[in-house]
Ligand binder design. Structure first.
Ligand SMILES: *[C@@H]1O[C@H](CO)[C@@H](O)[C@H](O)[C@H]1NC(C)=O
Ligand SMILES: *[C@@H]1O[C@H](CO)[C@@H](O)[C@H](O)[C@H]1NC(C)=O
Ligand SMILES: *[C@@H]1O[C@H](CO)[C@@H](O)[C@H](O)[C@H]1NC(C)=O
Ligand SMILES: *[C@@H]1O[C@H](CO)[C@@H](O)[C@H](O)[C@H]1NC(C)=O
Ligand SMILES: *[C@@H]1O[C@H](CO)[C@@H](O)[C@H](O)[C@H]1NC(C)=O
Ligand SMILES: *[C@@H]1O[C@H](CO)[C@@H](O)[C@H](O)[C@H]1NC(C)=O
Ligand SMILES: *[C@@H]1O[C@H](CO)[C@@H](O)[C@H](O)[C@H]1NC(C)=O
Length: 318
């Protein structure tokens, strides 16, 4: 039975390897949601292809937000593309182009999927999601470095900064809900952060979404010099080094320097995946006993583990 388990682990390693072999740069994270499947010869698939090619080839919209739909019910497809507020249009298009190529490869049958890069996110589904605030699925990343001292003061400075950015972003118009800036943190450090909502949200929903995201910081990133909380409808990030383009639109941003310091948080998927493997092993080892498996790894993270089954062996395991 131990052999079976090591085979399982080997196979999962291969899956991870294959997932990383796709030509496009990997997403920071993605989800293939289990809300329905399509087949390769379906109308849904044809509509999806049509819609995605229109998103990545759209050269008119230069404010970094793409919302469109294609087809007729029940095969209608909705897509949202959003670039980070400081990203220039050509980088935005390149990022979305990569996302439109990669996401359907990673989620070959799922009608609903979402993927995030540093510079953009892409989402498509069969549901009308325009103007709707959605808080899950969520993923987290954090900077490995600890706040060296005065953690309480650091947290307070961070909260103050994010709160003012939240208000500012929520007030942005229907084309752009984005704010970025800096504040002084303890030990002569400068704290940089940005927040962003899907711009078709109402002011209240944008603010609510960001309040929720800020509420996750203690869980994901407490005592860390940087962190990200990324939801479908809004996201935030902070670091003690400059990570966005301070001129916001006109000057290309410098290459990000802190990639190696950042750890992708795949806590829930990884835990759920390990639980699955271990459950299978336990099941195999006790195959004669009555079945008794942990079904729900209900977790402190706020998304539904069962929605990510297809995600377990993919992507961003470092
Ligand atoms: C979609 O297909 C997967 C297998 O590829 C299956 O596990 C899942 O239950 C299906 N989902 C729905 C909603 O039919
Ligand atoms: C797609 O192909 C499957 C068999 O591969 C077939 O059963 C199904 O009817 C086809 N669907 C459409 C919409 O052509
Ligand atoms: C898109 O992918 C290509 C390589 O496939 C890469 O050179 C380019 O930087 C990517 N674009 C963005 C914005 O990341
Ligand atoms: C806020 O989001 C909720 C849930 O997504 C949606 O039903 C509602 O219409 C939105 N409210 C406004 C004012 O847009
Ligand atoms: C941060 O602190 C934790 C525990 O307090 C420690 O385990 C970890 O090694 C520290 N990380 C760094 C990069 O110093
Ligand atoms: C798409 O977004 C734009 C800008 O926010 C908005 O004016 C438009 O109503 C949206 N379209 C749909 C179908 O929601
Ligand atoms: C911090 O933001 C202010 C504007 O609010 C800007 O003038 C200043 O240059 C920024 N400082 C740093 C170190 O980026």
């Amino acid at each position: 039975m131990a052999k079976v388990c090591s085979k399982l682990l080997f196979l999962s390693a291969i899956c991870i390897f294959i997932a990383q072999a796709f030509a496009q740069p990997s997403f920071l994270y993605h989800f293939c949601l289990d809300n329905g499947n399509y087949t390769s010869n379906s109308t849904y698939k044809a509509n999806l292809n049509q819609l995605l090619s229109s998103v990545s080839s759209n050269t008119e919209i230069d404010y970094g937000f793409y919302n469109s739909s294609y087809g007729q019910n029940p095969d209608k497809v909705y897509a949202i593309g959003l670039c980070r507020g400081d990203v220039k249009p050509d980088v935005c298009r390149s990022c979305l182009n990569n996302a439109t190529n990669l996401l359907p490869l990673l989620c070959p049958n799922q009608k609903e999927a979402i993927g995030w890069y540093d510079y953009c996110m892409l989402r498509y589904t069969f549901r009308d999601i325009f103007g709707i605030m959605e808080a899950s699925p969520v993923f987290y990343m954090w900077n490995n470095n600890n706040v060296s001292a005065n953690v309480d003061q650091f947290n307070q400075d961070l909260r103050t900064l994010l709160d003012s950015q939240r208000v500012q972003a929520a007030k942005g118009g229907s084309l752009r809900k984005f704010a970025a800036g800096n504040a002084t943190a303890p030990n002569f450090q400068t704290l940089y952060s940005l927040v962003q909502c899907i711009p078709d949200l109402s002011e209240q929903n944008c603010s609510d979404c960001l309040v929720g995201a800020m509420g996750d910081i203690p869980q994901c990133c407490d005592g860390k010099q940087g962190g990200r909380v990324v939801r479908p409808s809004c996201n935030l990030r902070y670091e003690v080094s400059l990570f966005y383009d301070p001129t916001a639109i006109t000057v290309p941003s410098p290459p990000l320097s802190n990639k190696s310091l950042t750890v992708i948080i795949i806590v829930v998927p990884t835990v759920a995946f390990l639980v699955l493997i271990i459950s299978i092993c336990i099941y195999l080892l006790r195959v004669r006993k009555p079945r008794e498996q942990p079904e729900n790894t209900s977790s402190q993270w706020e998304y539904d583990p069962k929605r990510t089954d297809s995600d377990q062996s993919k992507g961003s395991l470092v």
